[in-house]
Design a protein around this ligand. Structure first.
Ligand SMILES: Cc1cc2nc3c(=O)[nH]c(=O)nc-3n(C[C@H](O)[C@H](O)[C@H](O)COP(=O)(O)O)c2cc1C
Length: 375
């Protein structure tokens, strides 16, 4: 049994460890004749790449993507396109420092998966956490770049909306601002505060968590399946699978529990284009596990970075109580680099459901339906 694959029709298998020679993935199920080159993938990896500001780990990884299979230079168009066969992608690891981990190889780092990997497998790659390392999420971002190309008109964007106890002011939300500050924060004023706050956290050798919001626009109505194939269930599973994520909500999420029914249920009207308009989006674009055509809205909470400079109590793999200090290079808020990862996971889930819908339904009868005579 192995669990390194996700998706059904758009299927992604990742492999590799933090301090192994390379990370890779195989994307199976991508339709043929989609223009695809490294240049389509690299910009997304560059947004996740470490060492870009003083607020993320100083590990220097270029994360240069190489496509090994599944593409062909089409003569007619002169473009490199997907062939419908498995697309294998690879990134070389170049900046490993094993000595950073020599002191802690037998000890379990609090908040990390050292104990659980050891108790489950009986062997553990202690170099940067091996497979438990979030280096693996680079391949999710690469797969997400392909997923974005599958659904026509799909736009998936993410933003950091809370850092520690500090929140953005949603009235100041500006998507353009997300690309202008090192936090992917949509509120320029909050980004300024986050900078000062995180500098203080970093200097104290501490860490903080974050909340990230992902919005997917251009998702057609009808994706997702009832009961066991719910779009919201798959989104939650995909986001929850990201390292350090401890909570996921869709639309109004946990706040929906406080709303009365007359506020929560999104009322409907007809738009000029013959499609329904929802007067609010507390559902986060999903009803009964099926997309409404409104933007999908999901949020996830990321815990504070576990590797901090404060000594912590722990045990070692021989059952002895001890203390541990994690040196090495770490992000003071891993939620920042989780933004492109969250976007990628949502893109993969939407692409998977788009292909699943096409497989089962094909072209559904056009909505609105003609009323029966006399009604
Ligand atoms: C992009 C990203 C980067 C991360 N970098 C670090 C890090 O530098 N130090 C650390 O302690 N945890 C880091 N993490 C979180 C750990 O990988 C994660 O907490 C650990 O593997 C235990 O898994 P769990 O928190 O999902 O239970 C990162 C997570 C993400 C999403």
């Amino acid at each position: 049994m192995s669990f390194n694959t996700f998706g059904h029709s758009f299927r992604v298998t990742t492999f590799g460890e933090s301090h192994g020679p390379a990370l890779g993935c195989v994307v199976d199920g991508c339709p043929p004749r989609i223009a695809l080159s490294e240049a389509d993938i690299q910009p997304y990896l560059d947004r996740r790449r470490p060492g870009q500001s003083r607020f993320t780990t100083q590990r220097q990884e270029p994360d240069a993507i190489k496509i090994l299979s599944g593409v062909f230079l089409e003569e007619a168009s002169g473009q490199q396109v997907t062939t419908g066969t498995p697309i294998a992608l690879i990134i070389d690891n170049v900046d490993q420092r094993v000595r950073d981990y020599a002191d802690i190889k037998d000890k379990y780092r609090p908040g990390h998966a050292d104990y659980t990997y050891d108790v489950k497998y009986g062997v553990r790659d202690y170099r940067g956490g091996g497979r438990q390392s979030a280096r693996e999420t680079a391949m999710r971002v690469a797969a997400g770049a392909i997923a974005r190309k599958i659904v026509p008109g799909l736009q998936v964007r993410g933003a950091l909306v809370q850092m520690g106890a500090q929140r953005i002011d949603r009235a100041r939300w500006d998507w353009a601002e997300v690309e202008r500050n090192p936090f992917f924060c949509p509120d320029a004023q909050a980004a300024g505060r986050f900078g000062e706050y995180l500098d203080d956290v970093r200097k104290r050798g501490s860490s903080v968590g974050a909340v990230i919001e992902i919005v997917a626009e251009g998702v057609p109505a009808g994706l997702g399946a009832p009961i066991y194939g719910k779009l919201d269930a798959d989104l939650a599973a995909a986001l929850m699978s990201i390292n350090a994520v401890k909570g996921v909500e869709i639309g109004a999420g946990f706040a929906a529990a406080e709303l009365p029914g007359e506020e929560n249920g999104d009322e409907m009207r007809m738009g000029n284009d013959g499609k329904p308009i929802f007067l609010s989006n507390n559902a986060g674009g999903i009803l009964g596990g099926i997309s409404t055509g409104q933007p999908l809205v999901a949020r996830f909470a990321v815990k504070p970075t576990s590797s901090i400079l404060t000594p912590r109590r722990t045990v070692d793999r021989y059952g002895r109580e001890t203390e541990i200090v994690t040196t090495g290079r770490h992000d003071p808020c891993v939620g920042i680099r989780a933004v492109p990862v969250g976007e990628a996971m949502v893109a993969c889930v939407v692409a998977d459901h788009y292909l699943r819908h096409r497989g089962q339904i094909g072209d559904a009868p056009a909505w609105p339906f003609a009323p029966p005579r006399g009604r």
